[in-house]
Ligand binder design. Structure first.
Ligand code: HEM
Length: 372
């Protein structure tokens, strides 16, 4: 179906948030800051099925000063102490936590954690907030990404973006916290397109078909409602990738199916469900890429953005090693990282390499040309 036809059709349809050593709360003078060298951990052998959480990781609701944000996966891990419960984590901690909790494969985890650190963290101190701005994360050395402290992954642009499943677009509403109304909409799609289960009932199993229809509906809604919608190659694929995360990482590892009570536990309560097992094999970028293609190809929405007149304008092809890599890691990250020196520079290089590796691309230094 062509995009314009898809948009018309859908217009018709519409007429219907541990233990680590933290730096002090105020930013010390840059000259006094001591960087933390990032060391990429080796690939772990602990990648089989296992019950999660274990006894060492009970649920505890976050306290008022604990950071939580737009990623239900990271929020859940922090609520169980797989990540520091204050929501401030290092690159290495994130890689370990997503393997422990969800069996996310090492290089995929490295790419996401590396990108998050470069986009919205402090790569000099190896700290990123899984929520918003934190007094524990000071301005970058030399203020090379501006005078404000890094915003955390909840900050709109670079990583957090439009057409999420359970968060609104930043220009429309709350882009950080779980939104009941959007989740109810997802449940409607499960009711309509989901599979039956003898245990959880008819139309209670979340399938690819559910995500194909729901993700398209979410695009159509936001394309109409959000005058500044941005759905460029990076965000476009991340957005479909998050739907593939739901299917592949939230499903119970015992039988690979995802029921609505289990999905609700992650999205609504940000806690691991009872009798839940992580997936039986590491989920890597190939698996998620296949999921992206399957979901997006049902109703293709190519990369683009809304023009001031409300029309969705498609982007020109990028013709790089990977459009997604180029848009995310080259166009979306600040060119001023070229001014980093010493430990800071070593960390930037390590993180850029982690992102490029997952895409099988050579490192291309950021240009920040997208300006978001
Ligand atoms: C490895 C490190 C990870 C990082 C840095 C990360 C970061 C993020 C960010 C910034 C968002 C917001 C994007 C948006 O605007 O929608 C997000 C959303 C999401 N993440 Fe993560 N994430 C990570 C791991 C995971 C894992 C392991 C899972 C699943 C087990 C997961 C599941 C999701 C889902 C389902 C969404 C979409 C929420 C929605 O659309 O309502 N993430 N993540």
């Amino acid at each position: 179906m062509s995009l314009s036809r898809a948009l018309k059709l859908s217009t018709a349809l519409l007429c219907f948030s541990g233990a680590v050593a933290f730096p002090s709360a105020s930013a010390p003078p840059e000259s006094a800051q001591k960087g933390v060298l990032i060391v990429v951990s080796p690939v772990s052998n602990d990648t089989g099925i296992k019950m999660v959480p274990d006894n060492a990781h009970p649920f505890q609701a976050p306290g008022p000063n604990d950071q939580r944000g737009p990623c239900p996966g990271l929020n859940t891990l922090a609520n169980h102490g797989y990540l520091p419960r204050n929501g401030i984590a290092s690159f290495e901690q994130i890689i370990t936590a997503v393997r422990e909790g969800f069996n996310m494969e090492h290089d995929l985890a490295g790419a996401l954690a590396g990108f998050a650190m470069l986009a919205r963290g402090n790569a000099f101190l190896d700290l990123v907030s899984i929520g918003g701005v934190s007094p524990l994360i000071p301005v970058l050395p030399g203020a090379i990404d501006g005078p404000k402290p890094p915003g955390g992954i909840a900050t709109h642009g670079r990583f957090e973006g439009d057409v999420s499943m359970t968060r609104q677009d930043a220009a429309i509403g709350d882009n950080v916290h779980f939104q009941d109304s959007l989740y109810d909409e997802l449940l409607l799609y499960v009711g309509k397109f989901g599979d039956n289960s003898p245990v959880t009932g008819n139309s209670s199993i979340v399938t690819t078909k559910v995500m194909q229809e729901f993700k398209f509906a979410r695009f159509v809604e936001d394309q109409i409602k959000n005058p500044v919608l941005q759905y460029h190659a990076g965000r476009n694929s991340l957005s479909y990738g998050e739907a593939a995360f739901v299917l592949n990482f939230f499903a119970n590892g015992t039988d690979g199916t995802l029921s609505t009570p289990v999905m609700g536990s992650f999205f609504r309560n940000q806690t691991f469900p009872d009798d839940w097992y992580r997936r039986s094999s590491p989920g890597n970028i190939t698996l998620i890429g296949q999921g992206v293609d399957e979901i997006r190809n049902a109703h293709p929405v190519p990369p683009g953005a809304n023009a001031p007149n409300g029309t969705y304008v498609l982007d020109a092809p990028i013709n790089s090693c990977s459009d997604v890599y180029f848009n995310l890691a080259v166009e979306n990250l600040p060119a001023s990282y070229s001014k980093a020196t010493g430990v800071f520079k070593q960390n930037v290089d390590t993180l850029l390499a982690a992102v490029a590796k997952a895409f099988g691309c050579p490192v291309i230094f950021p240009t920040g040309l997208s300006g978001v």
